[in-house]
Ligand binder design. Structure first.
Ligand SMILES: [Zn+2]
Length: 493
């Protein structure tokens, strides 16, 4: 108790300071919170962050384990001497191959082939030959004969593609339609196509084509087949389509294709490389039985192509359509839609999930027309079947251009009205709607700003004043208690 009494005055002196600090804290806390909220308002519709684009990564040379059977005739352990012939397509004067913008196919094919050779030579027990090492003219028969003369195990014809209408996109492999050449060609092509798809390219499939005489249509495949040589023609991608363009823009990418092709060959022939640190000795290659018939190409368009109406958004012109299409020979490849009964069609759309016969898609239909919805379904050989037509009511929504035009017009009217306002607004007897809207805007602007600036300022002032007052009060009390103590001391003495 004595102890408490001794310090009673001191405690009394510091008490206001303590109380003021607590008060100040209480006052400042909500103010800061409110201000923080008002200064950084969260928008109602926070746009979703754009997802990073899927990066296209060249698959690393790591064996992929699939459930396919291992070809029984290829030993799994010992490296077999393998002879590979690479045929860079076209060459020489008058045979440039596909030409588009600055691209000259014969040059691209040669760059690709050289990179493929360099990569393949990193594997053990493999010899690689090129049918041409420069810009030479060679007939298709000469290429095949050369490959046969060096005892090639397989020949790979390396190409880039274009389409007459510049509408096709994707990657494809062409193989012989006959016997062992078909079996071996298809087995390799499945590995190759899987890798090209993993790279991000759209698969147009592994195909055969028969000419008028009932033999393989492509000369290089036909002449090789006649010499019992398996030949796979790889059309890496379409240089004239934006979907494929990012894969073949320059030399580095052509070389990347070469390395990818080399890896596919290494997998197929169970090659091993200490330099690359990979061993495909146990790579399970797809088993393709040797056909005892001609594996003919698909010559008929898709068997089914039917559309059903799903929904129609009258406010923005979006129409959802269910498309059921099937081709029992070569599968579905693309579809294109029309809203004018087949007069015009969209770009070709990829049939992304080839295991599905039915897909639903959304199309944009312009306003103020009577939509006649129709779809064309394309099979693996680019043959199309047209669907039924669905008639829909007109959608009279405003297009983005119309909305923008309307807004611009409104803004122009408002600014004109603002300019016309007399200097003394109160003297103006007539209030035009335009003027009103300007005023409303001004009021709303001040209303928005006031709570932030004035409220905050007043609160800070109040807290500061209280703090100063408290300091002064406590100083007075401390001085008083000191004086009292001195007086007591004097009395005692
Ligand atoms: Zn070509």
């Amino acid at each position: 108790m004595k102890y408490l009494k001794r310090y009673y005055n001191r405690i009394l002196a510091w008490l206001p300071v303590l109380l003021l600090c607590i008060m100040g804290g209480i006052c400042l806390f909500p103010v800061r919170q409110i201000c923080a909220q008002e200064l950084n308002p969260m928008p109602d519709n926070v746009p979703a962050l754009p997802l990073p684009e899927a990066q296209l990564v060249v698959p690393e040379a790591v064996p992929v384990i699939s459930e396919t059977e291992v070809m029984p005739d290829v030993p799994a352990t010992e490296p077999v001497p393998v002879i590979i012939v690479l045929d860079p397509g076209h060459g020489g004067e008058g045979d440039e191959g596909a030409m588009y913008e600055n691209f000259v196919e014969k040059e691209m094919n040669l760059v690709l082939a050289n990179a493929m050779k360099t990569e393949l030579e990193k594997y053990e027990g493999v010899t690689v030959y090129l049918t041409r090492t420069g810009d030479q003219n060679l007939t298709l028969a000469q290429r095949s004969e050369y490959a046969k003369s060096v005892n090639a195990d397989m020949m790979f014809c390396l190409h880039f593609n274009t389409s007459g209408s510049h509408t096709l996109f994707g990657t494809e492999c062409w193989i012989s339609a006959f016997g062992e050449e078909y079996s071996k060609g298809r087995s390799f092509a499945e590995i190759e196509m899987q890798m090209l798809e993993e790279l991000g390219l759209y698969s147009r499939g592994i195909k055969t084509r028969i000419g008028d005489k009932g033999t393989d249509y492509y000369g290089i495949i036909r002449t090789a087949s006649e010499l019992d040589l398996t030949c796979v023609l790889i059309e890496h991608c379409h240089i004239d389509h934006q979907n494929d363009r990012s894969f073949c823009e320059g030399r580095e990418q052509w070389e990347a294709f070469g390395r990818l092709d080399a890896t596919a060959v290494a997998k197929y022939f169970h090659l091993k490389s200490d330099i690359l640190g990979v061993d495909y000795s146990d790579y399970p290659i797809p088993a393709v039985p040797v056909p005892d018939y001609v594996v003919s190409p698909d010559t008929t368009p898709p068997d089914v192509c039917i559309i059903d109406f799903v929904s129609q958004d009258m406010t923005n012109g979006e129409v959802a359509i269910q498309l059921s299409a099937a081709d029992y020979d070569s599968g579905m490849l693309y579809y294109a839609y029309s809203y004018d009964g087949g007069e015009t069609f969209s770009d070709l759309q990829p049939w992304n999930d080839k295991s599905q016969d039915t897909i639903t898609f959304t199309m944009q239909v312009p306003p103020h027309i009577l939509p006649q919805i129709m779809v064309k379904g394309y099979n693996g050989y680019d043959l199309a079947t047209e669907s039924n037509i669905i008639s829909l009511p007109s959608m009279d929504y405003k297009t983005e251009e119309e909305l923008a035009e309307e807004q611009a017009q409104k803004a122009a009217e408002e600014s004109a009205a603002f300019d016309d306002l007399p200097a003394d607004e109160e003297a103006s007897p007539i209030e035009t709607p335009a003027k009103k809207s300007v005023e409303v805007r001004r009021v709303s602007v001040t209303e928005e700003n006031e709570p932030v600036s004035v409220g905050y300022f007043l609160s800070v002032c109040l807290v500061c004043a209280l703090f100063v007052l408290g300091m002064a009060l406590s100083a007075i009390l401390i001085l008083r208690s000191k004086k009292k103590r001195r007086r007591r001391k004097r009395k005692k003495s």
